[in-house]
Design a binder for this molecule. Sequence first.
Ligand code: DX5
Ligand code: ZN
Length: 234
Amino acid sequence: MGASQETAVLPITIAPSLLSCDFARIAEEVGRVEASGGDWHHVDVMDGHFVPNLTLGPPIVKRIHAVAQRPLDVHLMIEEPRRYARAFAEAGAYVLTFHAELYANAAELRATIQAFREAGIAAVGVALNPDTPVERVADVLDEVELILVMSVFPGFGGQSFMSEVLPKAAWLREQGFGGHIEMDGGLNRDTLPLCAAAGANVLVAGSALFGAADMKAEIERFRRSARAARGERT
Ligand code: DX5
Ligand code: ZN
């Protein structure tokens, strides 16, 4: 798989988090994200154990997939990701991300990465809580397509960005990691350019986009400021 051999800079990918949508109108919200230029749909799955909140599971992901044109970026905040890998793959997850905190060593991370691949997941991700050292994923960087650097403690939308996690993204790029670096939690007009400057290319935002007066204008603004932050002409 080896994402770290690639040298090309990955395009800025804006991933609105459906956690902040109106769940009573989810198909319309998916359509609104796509009409507004969102690249991926970020879907937060919580089990009430790994995080103190409950959201949704494979049947809802399947229904989202049925109405979505864009890839589903499924962020698992659950205790037994291997057990559900096939169900999420069959439901249509493109990216499937699990949390590193569940495992004590690289061999266990590797077993879950392998289980996701066997389930048919195209892009495997590993997430790091704000207080988990980035070195925990050092030995599997060649085996995943995405590292998710959490910039809040997972569980809820609308929290404040923790800028102390930014060096993790820079460290991953210094190691030569050429896959996606995603940042999630508290991204807004002010904090999103910091993430892009540090090396993140997948930028998740829930409350800042679903709470915007004009989602399309906000996504355009996000994309412009992210590109400018990494020195691209916009
Ligand atoms: C938090 C979730 C996030 C959340 C982000 O546990 O993983 O994806 O939706 O929401 P905002 O952008 O409002 O911080
Ligand atoms: Zn998330």
